[in-house]
Design a protein around this ligand. Structure first.
Ligand SMILES: NC(=O)c1ccc[n+]([C@@H]2O[C@H](COP(=O)([O-])OP(=O)(O)OC[C@H]3O[C@@H](n4cnc5c(N)ncnc54)[C@H](OP(=O)(O)O)[C@@H]3O)[C@@H](O)[C@H]2O)c1
Length: 352
């Protein structure tokens, strides 16, 4: 029997605006409701380089951040029944809210809340599976909250109150249509497929080269964000479906997208505007605008009941596909720089 004691290492942020430094880290311990994952792959999100550049959301220095992992369960917390040592899992990590370094993904071992993890089927590689966790939780937060919460001081979360994704085939139809702006982004892709799996129709706005991706995810209509007639085409597409218009999930949420959002909502009689960043403040009374905050217990039933069987059947697709930046924690810094430069329809992944 091996007596080797595992050692942890992490890509540490010691000061905002400086490169990550790979070094030793304490070995995490699983508390109640937690597992420790030996990471095989971690994925990069735009949030990560905001945290690195400006120190936003960093509560404890030096910091280990990063939002999602795939790997093998190394330890389970007391009374944890869903997982056992050796299970292959994906999970959403919560350093963003806890501030604890052991909850950051950019390490060899990370604590993951058991309620934000799921078994990864054997046939799916860690590199493929790791594109799911953060986007999944963001999508559930965008679509299924029933009561608005607080995203930032003075900024409410959206509360669209839509059903969870269903494993039924065919999915029970819901007589509703939602527009997804930025349908080829990681979060926009997941909102598209989760909304479709909840029975909605999706009309999406992407770059022209990514129409096929959005259609694979189930969008009924896809329109080019660079098309000068994009607003009119989206409005026409929503009208032609003849369902109730829920509103827009805007994964991009910039000064470029907000005028389009407002024009679409105006022509379709108002609705929700669920944004990935603080929403515009000048919306009319018939628009309910909010910003998602992608860590919420509302996602627990989806993690527990939906993710593994949906991955198994292919209903939950691992899209957009990963781009592997390199192997080893040293590559996290390079991956952050690539993410900041911008990606199209892919998720940057570092193998460990
Ligand atoms: N508030 C929260 O809790 C939360 C959670 C997660 C993410 N976010 C934020 O949500 C945003 C998206 O994150 P992500 O990881 O999904 O991003 P991402 O995958 O890195 O986004 C890349 C995609 O953005 C698309 N895009 C860029 N400009 C566009 C435009 N004008 N119209 C339509 N699509 C456009 C590109 O589409 P094409 O290549 O097709 O042109 C590209 O595929 C980030 O700003 C992130 O910080 C917020």
């Amino acid at each position: 029997m091996s007596t080797e004691i595992p050692k942890n290492q992490a890509a540490w942020l010691t000061k905002a605006g400086t490169p990550l430094e790979v070094g030793d880290a304490p070995m995490p311990k699983a508390g109640p409701g937690e597992i420790v994952v030996k990471n095989a792959a971690v994925a990069i999100n735009p949030l990560d380089w905001h945290m690195q550049d400006a120190g936003v959301f960093v509560q404890q220095w030096p910091s280990i951040f990063g939002c999602e992992v795939a790997g093998e369960v190394h330890e389970v917390g007391p009374n944890e029944k869903r997982f056992k040592k050796g299970d292959r899992v994906i999970g959403h990590t919560v350093n963003l809210v806890s501030g604890r370094p052991q909850d950051g993904a950019f390490a060899l071992y990370t604590v993951v809340p058991a309620a934000k993890a799921a078994i990864l089927p054997e046939k799916i590689s860690y590199n493929e599976g790791v594109v799911v966790p953060f986007a999944l939780e963001a999508a559930i937060c965008a679509l299924s909250l029933k009561i608005p919460g607080v995203a930032l001081p003075g900024v409410a979360t959206p509360a669209l109150g839509l059903p969870y994704p269903s494993l039924e085939d065919p999915v029970p139809a819901v007589n509703k249509t939602i527009v997804v702006y930025g349908g080829s982004s990681s979060v926009g892709s997941m909102v598209t497929q989760v909304a479709v799996a909840a029975g909605l129709n999706v009309v999406s706005i992407t770059g022209a080269r990514n129409f096929d991706l959005s259609k694979r995810l189930g969008a009924t209509g896809v329109f080019d964000h660079k098309d000068p007639l994009v607003v009119e085409k989206v409005v026409q597409s929503v009208r032609s479906l003849g369902k109730d218009f829920v509103g827009i999930f805007d994964a991009i949420s910039t000064e470029e997208t907000y005028p389009h959002d407002k024009a679409i909502l105006s022509q379709l009689g108002g609705g929700h505007l669920a944004c990935s960043h603080p929403p515009p403040t000048d919306v009319p009374d018939n628009v309910t605008a909010g910003m998602i905050f992608a860590v919420n217990d509302i996602a627990a039933p989806v993690w527990e009941d939906y993710v593994t069987p949906a991955l198994e059947t292919g209903k939950l697709q691992r899209l957009p596909p990963p781009t592997i930046v390199g192997k080893g924690l040293e590559f996290v810094q390079k991956a952050l720089e690539r993410s900041k430069a911008g990606v199209s329809a892919t998720k940057l992944v570092v193998e460990l």
